[in-house]
Design a protein around this ligand. Structure first.
Ligand SMILES: NC(=O)c1ccc[n+]([C@@H]2O[C@H](COP(=O)([O-])OP(=O)(O)OC[C@H]3O[C@@H](n4cnc5c(N)ncnc54)[C@H](OP(=O)(O)O)[C@@H]3O)[C@@H](O)[C@H]2O)c1
Length: 344
């Protein structure tokens, strides 16, 4: 199938191009950029030198194809969806504009007008571990937020087990700098960002609403903080949960195994000892993996859930390609089998 990438000069766009070039069932059609039209892709994404001599197309020159993946940054969320949908029968939007079902919640969080209700109703959330059957044959898909993927996958076994919480779950999501995109900004300026351990959302990070929606929880069951840390790629999430009734490690293992046995991209990493006993985003760079783990205190009531991923992989471009595979009925792992690097 022929797939075009809109917003291809950004970080998610570059990763999409890398993945699609290696995808056995996809031919890369066009890659658009308003700001780099006419320039070779490798001028912006140097890792692609020698793998493609293609040039960025101007957005107005996009031609019909089989699927469009939109990776446009900025608060506006990118070109109008209606125009993009005329290009292809399938569209995946990596941005936030289709993620939240409730227009009032979207307005409150993003401060802009949501997409029309019919589009919000049609869009399937692109997290196959939750929505695999709805993704099959879907024509409009919303890519999930990077930390929302990690947090949702950390919490999903607990949510499915329906263990009641004594207090809201306390999420701390640590973000690598590429999560903020390729556009320069004051917070991305090297003297400000290098060495950062900066809390940019002490509470109420915007991905909290998405996680609550995905789990079917009320928003106030989560307290969600965001911290900028010294990484380029990567999200590391910890979720502190205070349970009403104690659970055992055996129950935890069985809840996690039930949720993730057979899942190609979720690994349970919860060993008792060893250097790599819990999820670490460093070893996931370039992969479509999300590692999830847990630690339980002796009372059985204080549970820490952990997850790590590459924000441009399972948290961004990889998620979009996995969703595309599900939509098209291609093998779910097609184009996504890179196992990561160690050491790095
Ligand atoms: N970065 C991540 O980790 C991540 C993860 C999951 C989802 N996402 C979502 O994926 C989308 C792309 O993210 P990204 O990080 O790749 O974005 P990005 O690098 O900031 O930008 C991608 C492209 O969007 C356009 N753009 C960016 N900022 C703009 C602005 N202020 N005004 C107008 N156009 C702007 C530019 O396109 P032109 O070249 O055409 O001008 C740019 O090349 C976003 O919606 C983001 O929310 C990002």
């Amino acid at each position: 199938m022929r797939v075009s990438v809109v917003g291809g000069a950004g970080y998610v766009g570059g990763e999409l191009v890398r993945l699609l070039l290696g995808h056995p069932g996809v031919t890369l059609a066009q890659v658009s950029s308003a700001s780099h039209a006419g320039r070779p892709l490798f001028g912006v994404h140097p890792n692609l030198r020698g793998f493609t001599d293609r040039r960025f197309a101007a957005p107005g020159d996009l031609e019909p194809c089989d699927a469009v993946i939109v990776a446009h940054g900025g608060d506006g969320g990118g070109p109008p969806l209606a125009a993009l949908r005329r290009l292809a029968p399938r569209l995946i939007d990596c941005g936030p504009r289709l993620r939240l079902r409730d227009p009032a919640v979207f307005r409150a969080i993003y401060g802009s007008e949501p997409e029309p209700a019919d589009l919000l109703a049609e869009a399937v959330y692109g997290l196959p571990e939750l929505t695999r059957s709805a993704l099959a044959g879907a024509t409009l898909v919303s890519g999930p937020g990077c930390s929302a993927v990690a947090t949702t996958l950390a919490l999903l076994p607990l949510a499915r087990a329906a263990w009641p919480l004594a207090a809201p779950a306390v999420v701390e999501a640590r973000f690598g700098s590429s999560a903020a995109g390729a556009r320069p900004s004051a917070s991305a300026h090297h003297p400000e960002r290098a060495g950062a351990v900066r809390v940019f959302a002490a509470e109420g990070h915007r991905h909290g609403a998405e996680v609550a929606q995905a789990l079917g929880w009320p928003l106030d069951r989560l307290s969600y903080a965001g911290v900028a840390v010294e990484m380029v790629r990567g999200i590391a999430v910890s979720v502190r949960c205070f349970l009403q009734e104690p659970v055992t490690e055996g129950q935890l293992w069985s809840a996690f195994r039930q949720a993730y046995d057979g899942e190609p991209f979720v690994r349970i990493v919860a060993q008792r000892q060893g250097l790599h006993r819990l999820p670490d985003p460093r070893w996931l760079a370039g992969t479509n993996l999300c590692d999830v783990g847990f630690a339980l205190d002796p009372s059985g009531r204080r549970l820490t859930l952990l997850a790590a991923l590459d924000n441009l992989g399972k948290g961004g471009a990889g998620a979009a390609v996995q969703a595309l595979n599900c939509m098209e009925g291609m093998p779910e792992t097609a184009g996504l089998t890179f196992p990561g690097l160690h050491p790095l």
